[in-house]
Write a protein that binds this ligand. Structure first.
Ligand code: GTP
Ligand code: MG
Length: 206
């Protein structure tokens, strides 16, 4: 899919204040610093669209970006960054939960996983929670440029094997690097496919 336009629309802390439209939303979640905002910039080819930082805990709000005037990319705050303090963590957790569970326009949640790490309990628990709540999701393994593709593939295999212990059907997954633009076509094609399937079933309803 070609990206012809991408613009920032609004940031806020409440899912019920997000844009009042019926357009499908693709949201990015994962631990702080995993590369959510960088991936949004890579997909849209706008390096400064979403704010990124080498310090974890940069994104603190729900951020909507309108793409091709027809669907949204949504940048969410990261989970599991304890240095924020308990009060802030609770607030962010609630924001994430509310968005993920209540936002009708949320079409697919991309869960970002650092491709260099062993399966982390916090990610596995989050995915389990998505399953319990019937949330549609896909996985993106990030920062693949930081190691060889062989190592990344091993790491992906480990993670998917871990998921297989609990899931009969595995979610779609992608390997990405925002530095090298790896995975861009695949992720955008997937979004396009889902957009088409929504359109062919008569659009989103609420
Ligand atoms: P929070 O908003 O804090 O939750 O983090 P985030 O998940 O949005 O991460 P962000 O995109 O801000 O990136 C965190 C750091 O990782 C930055 O220093 C990025 O430059 C770096 N980074 C992100 N993606 C990649 C990647 O694919 N490759 C490399 N080498 N670095 C990356
Ligand atoms: Mg961010």
């Amino acid at each position: 899919m070609e990206i012809t336009s991408a613009e920032f629309i609004i940031s806020n802390s409440r899912a019920d204040m997000c844009p009042d439209t019926n357009l499908p939303e693709y949201a990015f979640i994962g631990r702080s610093n995993v590369g959510k905002s960088s991936l949004i910039n890579m997909l849209t080819k706008q390096p400064k669209l979403a704010m990124t930082s080498s310090t974890p805990g940069k994104t603190l709000l729900i951020n909507h970006f309108l793409v091709n005037k027809s669907w949204y990319l949504v940048d969410l705050p990261g989970y599991g960054y304890a240095q924020r303090g308990k009060k802030m963590m609770d607030k962010i957790q609630k924001m994430i939960e509310y968005y993920v569970l209540e936002r009708k326009q949320m079409t697919c949640l991309f869960v970002l996983i650092d491709s260099r790490l062993e399966p982390q309990r916090i990610d596995l628990e989050f995915i389990e929670w998505l399953g319990e709540n019937g949330v549609p999701f896909a996985i993106i393994f990030t920062k693949a440029d930081k190691q060889t593709m062989a190592k990344t593939r091993k790491s992906v295999e480990r993670f998917m094997n871990k998921l297989q212990e609990q899931w009969e059907e595995l979610p779609p997954f992608f390997i990405s690097s925002s530095e090298k633009k790896t995975g861009r076509e695949e992720i955008l094609d997937y979004i396009e496919e889902v957009n088409k399937s929504i359109a062919s079933t008569g659009g989103m309803t609420d």
